[in-house]
Design a protein around this ligand. Structure first.
Ligand code: PGA
Length: 265
């Protein structure tokens, strides 16, 4: 668990120009309260990192991907060291949109190791592809979490396999639980179902990897209308926000909600 909630703006492949990126970063910065109790991370595309860095003061800089080697003949790749030297603190690794393009758990595993080695904090994204169904029981219907849990367990076991010193790096590794069917669909998960999944993820991180106080975020169609319903739970350490982070006013509302989120349950 985190003392501070963490909120990450994942701009994905937006906006189209550096001018637009600077104005979005400026507007986003303006919307961050001065008395910030949460940690805000802005993750623009690579070409806009330097420009965004100049503008953001109250937020940290994040990247959306990196490579597992540090230099050399790797056309088109960006190393964790380059990111570190550009002022980046967090790196999103294994987003489902990258996995859909062929990124494997083995690649993600190497990226996590390299990201940590460079002194950056990876945000490892995991999530099952289809919505959990209902199972008929003697007492009616119950939510069936089994398939989703098996899927996530498998991802975590592969993505974090043999990561050195994981225990000691507890506060440096963040997991984002992002059910794929909830990403960009305007159809967020039910907060209580995500809570169940996030508790499960924390359980695996603790039992399998010895990570006692893990940081796990929720992502998938988070907006200012639903942010509070996720962030009210103390086990949900923050949010990974895609679409809504492209609208500075909307994102600012989410930041204010997260900032004021008092864990009640
Ligand atoms: P979304 O994206 O908020 O647009 O659903 C979240 C993400 O993919 O990180």
């Amino acid at each position: 668990m985190l003392n501070k909630k963490l909120i990450v703006a994942n701009w994905k492949m937006n906006p189209e120009s550096v001018t637009d990126a600077i104005s979005l970063a400026k507007e986003t910065e303006k919307g961050i309260p001065k008395s910030l109790k949460a940690e805000v991370v802005i993750a623009p595309p690579f070409p806009f990192l330097a420009a965004a860095k100049k503008v953001i003061k109250r937020a940290e800089l994040g990247a959306q991907d990196d490579f597992w080697e540090f230099k050399g003949a790797r056309t088109g790749e960006v190393s964790p060291t380059m990111l570190k030297n550009s002022g980046v603190k967090y790196v999103i690794v294994g987003h489902s949109e990258r996995r859909a393009l062929g990124e494997t758990d083995e690649m993600i595993n190497k990226k996590i190791e390299a990201t940590l080695k460079a002194g950056l904090k990876p945000i490892l994204c995991v999530g099952e592809p289809s919505e959990r169904g209902l199972t008929r029981t003697l007492r009616g219907f119950t939510r069936n979490y089994e398939m989703a849990k098996n899927y996530i367990r498998n991802q975590l076991e592969k993505d974090l396999k043999n990561i050195s010193n994981l225990k000691r790096r507890t506060s440096n590794i963040i997991v984002a639980y992002e059910p794929i069917w909830a990403i960009g669909t305007g159809k967020p998960d039910k907060p209580e179902d995500s809570l169940e999944m996030i508790r499960f993820i924390k359980g695996i991180l603790s039992s399998k990897f010895g990570v006692r106080s893990s940081i796990v975020l929720y992502g998938g169609s988070v907006n200012s209308q639903n942010a509070r319903s996720f962030l009210q739970y103390k086990e949900i350490d923050g949010a990974l926000v895609g679409g809504a982070s492209l609208n500075a006013k909307e994102f600012s509302k989410i930041v204010v909600i997260v900032n004021n989120a008092n864990a009640v349950k």
